[in-house]
Ligand binder design. Structure first.
Ligand code: NDP
Length: 275
């Protein structure tokens, strides 16, 4: 089954709402994970130069030999490469064995170095050259986004940020939405720990729908209008995380999960990271 839900981005391209994340997976692990993911219906893969597994992603995609236009491949420009985006993307494409990526994201703003506007201008050129079909950012706060828009006139189509029930980022999500920037959730399962899965409301809904806590959390992202990329290298979990199309959470249930927000970051602070 192909991914039944797609999101239309501001530039007119479409993206699966649910994909596979591959951070902290080795080249070897991503090959088997992607084989399994494609078998159960995923078509979107989220990697990054910094994950050091683009070779494995490329190998898995070459093995699968699916039509290129059925896949949606994301990679990211690493912080040290903000002054050489063209070379960085060429290096990624070579490893991925692709002619273009569907989405190229700037990984962090690194505001202390003040290169992100220059990097964004380079990414705009990469899109014009057809090497990236869509371009966006990760971990951008409102002031960083506003600067990109003011200084280049080009709005990122995606802002990929840490977002899960314990860190819901409602203000940034709303700001993104008013600028037609699609919000994408990283660490959507709060990295799989008991912190989210053991919450009473998650357990109660899992029982009600005969689903696992992870499936409830993924459904919460989907029903909140977010793009979501849970990571797993475990075959059974890869399948489990994609088996979420046969139920929906209602408004009241979404409201109950909203109460879990603690504004608690698991990852670094984007205002200082990398500086
Ligand atoms: P997730 O919230 O997706 O959690 C992944 C962890 O949860 C892994 O340990 C995994 O274990 C476990 N897990 C997965 N499915 C289940 C399940 N059904 N039941 C129980 N445990 C489960 O964390 P990530 O931080 O990996 O975030 C997802 C993706 O977001 C990344 O892989 C990456 O692509 C992206 N990301 C982007 C960042 C950015 O700065 N732009 C930063 C961080 C992440 P196992 O693999 O062993 O099955």
């Amino acid at each position: 089954m192909t991914n039944p839900t797609v999101i239309k981005l501001q530039d007119g391209n479409v993206m699966p709402q649910l994909g596979l994340g591959v951070w902290q997976a080795s080249n070897e692990e991503v090959v088997s994970a992607i084989h399994k993911a494609l078998e159960v219906g995923y078509r979107s893969i989220d990697t990054a130069a910094a994950y050091k597994n683009e070779d494995g992603v490329g190998k898995a995609l070459a093995d699968a030999a699916l039509p290129r236009d059925e896949l949606f491949i994301t990679t990211k420009l690493w912080n040290d490469d903000q002054q050489r985006p063209h070379q960085a993307l060429q290096d990624s494409l070579e490893k991925l064995q692709l002619d273009y990526v569907d989405l190229y994201l700037m990984h962090w703003p690194v505001p202390g170095k003040n290169h992100y506007v220059e990097a964004w201008k380079g990414m705009i050129e990469l899109q014009k050259q057809g090497l990236a079909k869509s371009i966006g950012v990760c971990n951008f706060q409102v002031n960083h986004l506003q600067r990109l828009i003011d200084e280049t006139g080009v709005t990122p189509v995606i802002n990929q940020i840490e977002l899960h029930p314990l860190m819901q980022q409602r203000q940034l999500h709303a700001w993104n939405a008013t600028h037609k920037i699609q919000t994408e959730s990283w660490s959507p399962l709060a990295q799989g720990g008991a912190g989210v899965f053991d919450q009473q409301v998650i357990r109660k809904l899992a029982e009600k729908y005969a689903k696992t806590p992870a499936q409830i959390v993924i459904r919460w992202h989907l029903d909140s209008g977010l793009v979501v990329i849970p990571k797993s290298v475990t075959a059974s979990r890869i399948a489990e995380n994609f088996a979420v199309w046969d139920f929906r959470l209602d408004k009241e249930e979404l409201g109950e999960i909203a109460k879990l927000d603690q504004g608690k970051r698991l990852g670094p602070d984007p205002d200082t990271f990398g500086s």
